[in-house]
Ligand binder design. Structure first.
Ligand code: GMT
Length: 379
């Protein structure tokens, strides 16, 4: 059994969700898992004898306009690795976790301790923020200094090699889902409350950032609504929410659209949905779409990044060019057609089963073992 440290963003974001579920899964297998984050991770809300949580203390001081989180994190990594005797540190999202891990490793060396670091690339740490010249040199360096690097899709691996000078072999380990939690629930009363006249129900969940193109969701819905009775639920919150509410008012669709804000039990909403819409401009994997598929919801998506590796065109939904709202409307109507909808729903669930935690967790365990062995060989 291994002692593993996990570092991630403790929010609703996909990378934090994947990291937390991974830690919970490893703990169930008997490994000891230590989370090192600045806040209790959203989904780490129960007790297990193998799970530990260490909060990063970020001290502020009047001189600091920005408190140095990276340094506080590196210091916490040093103390947890040293005093808990961790075997391996797994950091999720390169910025700044991989560079803090590098710093912690160098400090630990002076204490005679060596520990392998695995970095998982999740998406915007590469495709958006990481590429920016203000971060690129540090991102390149810290990826190259990691002892193991994984990416959540083939597309993300390709992009990483394309934009960064990486000497490392990147292993693709896709995101996963706990099918026990994400399964269609009977929520007929809920469906009736939203769609009292049997309307079709579209759902979108995201952090409402520009890259998610929520305006395309609303535009597609507006077009569909002209042809069939339908409702739209928008789950999540973020910088674009205000603008999207104004767009609904301009289009006169407020009656049929509800903004639900941040919801924890998103599976309850997905359980009554007929179509999930993900028109993102960039999306390395699309965990939210996988959650929908697990609840038997077909997906209408863009062809950005790694989405086509998950959403199979014409099988589990459709994949359209980014921004092609006309095509998306046509494809949505095809999916929602009563004669086709049950087939799409069934195939979406079948596809989701391929990403069950039981299939993917062993890939991480085997990767950790190989990384540890490699490190022992080098020493
Ligand atoms: O969306 C982000 O900016 C970051 C990140 C997150 O923390 O949610 O999302 C990325 O990681 C998820 C988990 O691996 C992926 O499912 C998302 O596709 C990916 N987001 C983007 O690439 C935009």
């Amino acid at each position: 059994m291994m002692k593993i440290g996990i570092v991630c963003y403790p929010t609703f974001g996909g990378s934090g969700v994947v990291a937390t579920e991974l830690g919970k899964g490893l703990a169930k297998l008997g490994h000891e898992v230590h989370f090192i984050t600045y806040k209790q991770p959203m989904r780490l809300d129960f007790f297990s004898e193998n799970l530990f949580y260490h909060e990063v203390d970020i001290k502020s001081y009047p001189l600091f306009e920005f408190a140095p989180y990276e340094l506080a994190l590196a210091s916490k990594m040093v103390s947890v690795i040293k005093y808990e005797g961790l075997d391996l540190l797994h950091v999720h999202y390169a910025i700044p976790h991989a560079s803090s891990a590098y710093l912690a490793k160098q400090i630990l060396k002076t204490h005679g301790i060596s520990i392998p670091v695995v970095t998982t690339l999740h998406g915007t740490d590469i495709t958006l923020v990481g590429k920016d010249p203000s971060y690129e040199p540090v991102v390149t360096f810290s990826i190259n200094q990691s002892d193991g690097v994984t990416a959540v899709s083939e597309d993300l691996k390709k992009e990483t090699y394309e934009y960064f000078d990486i000497q490392q072999e990147i292993e693709v380990i896709p995101n996963f889902i706990d099918l026990e939690r994400f399964k269609k629930q009977r929520k007929d009363h809920f469906k009736f409350a939203i769609c009292p006249n049997g309307e079709k129900l579209l759902v979108h969940t995201s952090n409402f950032r520009k890259v998610k193109r929520v305006e395309d969701v609303i535009q597609v819905f507006y077009n569909i609504r002209k042809q069939i009775p339908a409702k739209l639920l928008l789950v999540g919150d973020g910088p674009e929410r205000d603008r999207m509410e104004r767009l609904c008012r301009t289009l006169g669709t407020c009656e049929d659209i509800r903004f639900l804000g941040k919801l924890e039990a998103v599976e309850e909403v997905l359980s009554v949905a007929d179509l999930f819409v993900m028109p993102s401009e960039k999306e390395s994997f699309g965990l939210a779409a996988l959650e929908a598929m697990a609840c038997e919801v077909p997906v209408l998506s863009s062809n950005a990044g790694g989405i086509p590796e998950l959403n199979l065109h014409g099988v589990t939904g459709f994949v359209c060019e980014v921004g092609d709202v006309e095509d998306m409307t046509e494809k949505a109507l095809t999916i929602l057609d009563e004669s086709r909808l049950p087939g799409f729903k069934e195939r979406a669930l079948e596809r989701a089963k391929e990403f069950d935690i039981d299939q993917v967790l062993p890939k991480y365990v085997s990767y950790y073992e190989r990384t540890l062995e490699k490190m022992l060989r080098i020493q």
